[in-house]
Design a protein around this ligand. Structure first.
Ligand SMILES: *Cc1c(COP(=O)(O)O)cnc(C)c1O
Length: 232
């Protein structure tokens, strides 16, 4: 069911309050944590409502949805983040429509995006997705493969490597949540000590965003806590 506009604004405010609280608790500045509203399976109308509540950054998992919604909402100055697995026949759509890609995990995809990024657009911001806790999902590179992929991306002028992303195996235990996020942060710091200028840790979702903020998240990707539970 579609939430009423008031409910949606109240939920977004509540998530922002959680971010503020966690930032304060862990000695971070809340303006250093971007709230990405994950709008996969939601309608353009729901996104429009969220925009009316002040939300600007949206995350999509499917290229067809990114295409459709970014076209319908072209009148708004929004930031579109692609966060799902990338199929090679969908790279052109992503290169044309997205401002960010969080889920880069293969050189072949990086090359296609680089070649297909329109000239009039700035370089595509990308994060390497890391498989941090041997997640059942096959997405993401192993930690020892990060550096190799980062070197390949560095050679591609139409991509701008910003940092790392992970979706750790879900757990209710805050200590375990933090441990996985701390691992991703260590991977980022390793790249930084090797001279990479990176500023992004995309980690934390509806159920673990406080642990992610504790460990340095700069983008939290929140779907359910904003739009309600997904049917299907
Ligand atoms: C769906 C999704 C989210 C949002 O998850 P919620 O638990 O609904 O907040 C975040 N990141 C990715 C990659 C997703 O696919």
């Amino acid at each position: 069911m579609m939430a009423s506009a008031n409910t949606l604004c109240a939920r977004i405010d509540a998530v922002r309050a959680t971010i503020d609280r966690a930032a304060k608790q862990y000695g971070r500045r809340s303006e250093d944590v971007t709230l990405l509203a994950v709008s996969k399976t939601r309608t353009a109308d729901e996104i429009r409502q969220a925009v009316a509540c002040g939300q600007r950054a949206f995350g999509e998992n499917y290229a067809s949805e990114l295409q459709e919604k970014s076209a319908v909402l072209a009148d708004k100055a929004l930031s579109w983040h692609f966060i799902g697995p990338v199929q090679s026949n969908k790279t052109r759509l992503i290169a044309e429509r997205a401002d960010w890609l969080h889920s880069l995990d293969r050189e072949r995809i990086a090359r296609r995006l680089n070649d297909q990024r329109p000239e009039q657009r700035p370089a595509l911001n990308v994060c390497i997705q890391v498989n941090i806790s041997d997640e059942p999902s096959k997405s993401g590179v192993a930690p020892e493969e990060i550096l190799g992929l980062a070197e390949q991306i560095r050679a591609l002028p139409r991509l701008r490597l910003r940092g790392l992303m992970a979706i750790p195996a879900p757990t209710d235990d805050p200590a375990q949540q933090r441990q996985a996020f701390a691992q991703l942060r260590a991977c980022l710091e390793d790249l930084q000590t090797r001279g990479y200028e990176l500023d992004t840790l995309s980690m934390g979702m509806s159920d673990d965003l406080e642990a992610a903020i504790a460990e340095g998240a700069t983008i939290v990707r929140v779907g359910t806590a904003i739009f309600g539970s997904r049917s299907g």
